[in-house]
Design a protein around this ligand. Structure first.
Ligand SMILES: [Zn+2]
Ligand SMILES: [Zn+2]
Length: 247
């Protein structure tokens, strides 16, 4: 049983020429799961895998920088051949599923819509997926995956008040949002600075931290330096599109 994650997009809030918005390809016990579908991630996903081999999708919240590329996948699965392909599971908060259906009424041709909420769990193969409540202006779930003793944790978008410790405790790799830098001050609710993300990792005994949802147009060396200063013992790097991590 193996667990790996490839970054499909690491830009916060919108895609840039260098980075797609939020998205990841998970390899869980031989299955391929697309986690968040921000702008640009569909094309990056196709560079790595045939969409026909996707086994499911997880969307953490309704914000466009995490969801809008799902419609590329919808059209491919529903209309890419003479017959629609079998629907694959799409796990997301109910609000996300309602909005997707409002935008594209037949999205359930492609996806088996499965509403989830914080506190919920589901299985992917022999792995267990657990969801935690994040602190963000809309309902948002953090995602923890336990697979044969290996653990991956993803904050999605969250302020420091989210349920971060149970989400991340002892994870082999934490993919944490780091939208802010210290100079931003406390003006943006529902996001963390790189230093706060590093503090979470330290508190949760996580040794490998990858900073993502990075602020467009900023010197990201500042984010990395602030995180490393906050938690010198945590191995911290910046996410980059295409980077693959085994856990
Ligand atoms: Zn976001
Ligand atoms: Zn968001």
């Amino acid at each position: 049983m193996s667990l790996a994650v490839t970054v499909l997009g690491s830009s916060g809030m919108f895609a840039t020429t260098e980075r797609a918005a939020a998205g990841y390809l998970l390899e869980i016990d031989g299955r391929r799961i697309w986690l968040d579908a921000g702008p640009g991630t569909w094309r990056n996903l196709l560079r790595l895998t045939d969409y026909k081999d996707l086994d499911g999708v997880i969307l953490t919240h309704v914000h466009p920088d995490h969801t809008t590329d799902i419609f590329g996948c919808y059209h491919a699965l529903a209309y890419g051949g003479p017959e629609p392909l079998p629907a694959i599971p799409l796990w997301a908060p109910a609000q996300v599923l309602e909005r997707l259906c409002a935008y594209a009424g037949q999205v359930d041709i492609a996806f088996d819509l499965r509403p989830v909420a914080a506190g919920g769990t589901f299985s992917v193969g022999r792995a267990q997926v657990m969801l935690f409540e994040m602190a963000h202006p809309v309902e948002t779930v953090g995602v923890r995956i336990d697979c044969n003793g290996s653990t991956f944790a993803y904050t999605a978008d969250s302020g420091i008040e989210g349920d971060l410790l149970p989400l991340t405790k002892g994870a082999g790799l934490l993919m944490s949002e780091a939208t802010l830098q210290q100079c931003d001050g406390p003006v943006f609710e529902g996001h963390m600075s790189a230093a706060q993300a590093a503090g979470v990792a330290r508190e949760a005994d996580v040794n490998r931290l990858v900073l993502t949802h990075l602020p467009p147009g900023r010197d990201l060396g500042v984010s990395l330096a602030e995180a490393r200063a906050a938690a010198p013992d945590v191995h911290t790097t910046l996410a980059a599109d295409g980077e693959r991590y085994e856990i």
